[in-house]
Design a protein around this ligand. Structure first.
Ligand code: CTP
Length: 434
């Protein structure tokens, strides 16, 4: 495929070299189009050598080839990484002045921006407005990662890992639909840990792979994603806001807070059903006698709580916290009717809460029957049911499942990469949001 790698003038330009290698090594033809300022950070010979193609910044070079039109017209994807505040502003305004900005105007293929800048610049209303404009026009703008910036500053503004930007681009090149554009989704991933004492915990085998696959695929489909990650040691998916938690109580707080104003919540995390009733403040020591039994107490069921809150209209505050971009129709009375069916008759009519709530059910026996009962009991719209065992699902890149649909036919997803299952779920989510 023909890829244009636009590079604007930020210190993160050096990370674009790695991104370029990922494209070329996977067989893509890459034309690097840096801005003049980008060349102050990484020079033309580096881009030329790594891409194997000529590198031009101006429209006045090789004019007979009409590069300011041809490069954009023939591209299958344009990715701008890093995209500075200045470049985003120019792109939003449709300004031209160099080869990159003219390429952005002539491109009819998918365009992905990976911004990187200081937090203040990213959060400035001017940048927010430019990003909103670009997203409205169909571009994918990957939210920057949080972390160490140039100098001593930390905060949102870092260019995500090149591998993760590449992952978004790979999905876009494969034709990921843009059916989650303008939607806010929350995904929980991993497995919660319940402390016994300062060094020990009760945990589970969840790797977080399925939840991370859900986050990645949602970003490529245009969603703004909050990923609540419980004890996962995987790289942050580009574009997702990652909230790290350890215990079920922390996961609950993070999921409920992120759900206010979200369009969909997918609970892929393996949540501990029980926790030690008391957490020892010092390490429990071996004693000469028999060890004491650990008393357990029940954890809240977060998925069921989301369903109940929505049914009771308890998420009303969410209306004031970021629903500005919510398309008309989501969560309106028509949807309330659906909830009445899955959430039980006689409940209050919901007036807010995520329009789609999805869960996962890992079962060892009577998989479908148990899943169906769980779907109804937890009041969710979609439930991904899969069989687990020692060698099934946990920590493997593959998964096979049935997606149960409230008021609809189940959807079988054959064994394949966890990304495929994630895509199948998002298709159902997007249909219900439409
Ligand atoms: N879940 C949750 N809170 C809990 C337990 C589970 O939100 N305390 C969510 C999980 O994230 C998952 C779904 O509920 O999306 C089903 O989890 P599962 O463990 O299969 O269900 P349980 O209710 O724990 O039922 P079981 O008795 O089969 O363990």
């Amino acid at each position: 495929m023909k890829v244009v790698l636009g590079v604007s003038g930020g210190i993160a330009a050096y990370k674009a070299c790695e991104l370029l290698r990922l494209f070329t090594e996977s067989g893509h033809q890459v034309r690097v189009v840096p801005t003049r300022d980008a060349l102050r950070f990484v020079g033309e010979p580096t881009w030329a050598a790594l891409s194997g193609n000529p590198v031009t910044t101006e429209v006045w070079e090789n004019v007979h080839e009409v590069p300011h039109v041809r490069i954009g017209q023939t591209a299958d994807l344009v990715i701008v990484a890093p995209a500075t505040a200045d470049l985003l502003a120019k792109a939003a305004q449709g300004l031209t002045g160099d080869l990159l900005t003219t390429t952005l105007l002539t491109a009819r293929c998918p365009v992905v921006f990976a911004p990187a800048m200081h937090t203040e610049m990213w959060e400035h209303p001017a940048t927010r407005a430019n990003v909103a404009t670009l997203r409205e026009r169909g571009a994918i703008v990957i939210d920057p990662a949080s972390g160490r910036l140039t100098g001593a500053d930390t905060g949102p503004g870092r260019l995500p890992d090149p591998e993760e930007i590449f992952e978004v681009c790979r999905r876009v090149l494969r034709g990921a639909p843009r059916d989650l554009a303008g939607r806010r989704v929350v995904v929980s991933a991993g497995g919660t840990r319940e402390a016994i004492d300062p060094v020990r915990f009760i945990g589970n085998r969840s790797s977080g792979l399925q939840g991370y696959a859900l986050a990645r695929t949602a970003v490529a489909r245009g969603a703004q994603v909050t990923l609540v990650a419980a004890n996962v040691s995987l790289p942050d998916p580009a574009g997702a806001t990652v909230v790290r938690v350890e215990s079920t109580a922390e996961l609950r707080t993070a999921v409920l807070s992120a759900s206010a104003g979200a369009d969909a919540v997918v609970m892929a995390a393996a949540v501990a059903d029980f926790r030690p009733a008391e957490r020892a403040t010092s390490k429990i020591k071996k004693t000469s006698g028999e060890p004491e039994a650990i008393q357990l107490t029940k954890n809240p069921d977060i998925l069921a709580e989301l369903g109940q809150r929505r049914a009771q209209g308890a998420g009303r505050e969410g209306l004031d916290t970021g629903r500005a971009d919510r398309p008309a129709g989501a969560g309106e009375p028509g949807h309330a009717g659906e909830l009445g069916e899955s959430g039980g008759a006689g409940r209050a009519v919901p007036d807010d809460g995520p329009a789609v709530i999805a869960g996962f059910a890992a079962e060892t026996d009577d998989v479908l029957a148990n899943g169906q009962a769980k779907l109804v009991k937890k009041g969710c719209d979609l439930l991904v049911v899969n069989q687990v065992g020692e060698h099934l699902a946990f920590g493997t890149p593959d998964n096979a499942a049935t997606i149960l649909v409230a008021g609809g036919e189940p959807v079988e997803v054959p064994r394949g990469p966890k990304e495929d299952l994630a895509d199948a779920l998002w298709t159902l989510v997007a249909e219900r949001l439409a």
